[in-house]
Design a protein around this ligand. Structure first.
Ligand SMILES: C[S@@+](CC[C@H](N)C(=O)[O-])C[C@H]1O[C@@H](n2cnc3c(N)ncnc32)[C@H](O)[C@@H]1O
Length: 202
């Protein structure tokens, strides 16, 4: 159960994030926590703060990150996909919860006619830990979507990638596991949450 302090923090975040949704022409606020899938170790759908996405965008610019593909693993209503749509050739969202995926797909279909770069986005109802394709250089984004088993499964796949992979892991509550699987992050920076950046050279 959330505390009053926790609810106030969430409300403040929603107020700060609302103008960004307006600018992007989408609704990506928190929708529910009722779709938590304990067996799949999935976490509820709170969108990442836009400020954190802004810090990641600045990090990509500073490092000249030029991968053609972006994947949000546990994509919810698609906030990072819309935010980064003008930076990548192809943006993939993977969402396990069918009702959340249905809402995300319905919104995407509505807005794709309005902004050309939103046509680069596709969303998939699938387990992100096994579904993300690795045949092109890739930026992977995770906002703490799942528990240790799916994360270990994902890391095992990423380790085998023949292409470069940049990983931004926001609010990295399973950092020790990630570091044990992939090695220490190249950098950790902070904006609302810690963001761990891993660079796999393929
Ligand atoms: C914390 S939310 C983040 C949403 C989005 N990335 C954002 O920042 O707006 C995590 C999402 O991951 C989804 N999820 C959990 N486990 C998953 C899995 N194995 N594959 C795909 N999606 C998953 C949850 O249903 C939830 O919608």
């Amino acid at each position: 159960m959330s505390t009053i302090g926790g609810r106030l923090r969430r409300l403040r975040r929603e107020v700060a994030d609302f103008p960004h949704d307006l600018r992007l022409g989408v609704r990506t606020r928190a929708i529910t926590s009722e779709y938590v899938d304990r067996a799949a170790q999935s976490n509820p759908c709170d969108p990442v703060p836009y400020r954190t996405l802004g810090a990641i965008a600045r990090h990509m610019t500073a490092h000249g990150t030029a991968a053609p593909r972006f994947a949000d693993l546990g994509s919810g209503l698609g906030r990072p996909l819309y935010f980064f749509a003008d930076r990548f050739e192809e943006l993939l969202g993977y969402e396990l919860a069918a009702p959340i995926h249905a809402s995300a797909s319905a919104q995407l279909a509505r807005v794709q006619g309005q902004r050309a770069h939103y046509r680069r986005i596709s969303t998939h109802c699938a387990d992100a830990s096994t579904a993300v394709p690795l045949d092109r250089p890739l930026v992977v984004f995770l906002y703490n979507p799942f528990g240790p088993k799916p994360l270990a499964r994902l890391c095992a796949r990423l380790r085998e990638a023949n292409n470069e992979v940049h990983i931004y892991y926001a609010n990295p509550v399973l950092m020790n596991l990630m570091a044990a699987e992939l090695g220490q992050p190249s950098e950790v920076f902070r904006c609302d949450f810690e963001v761990a950046y891993f660079h796999l050279r393929g």
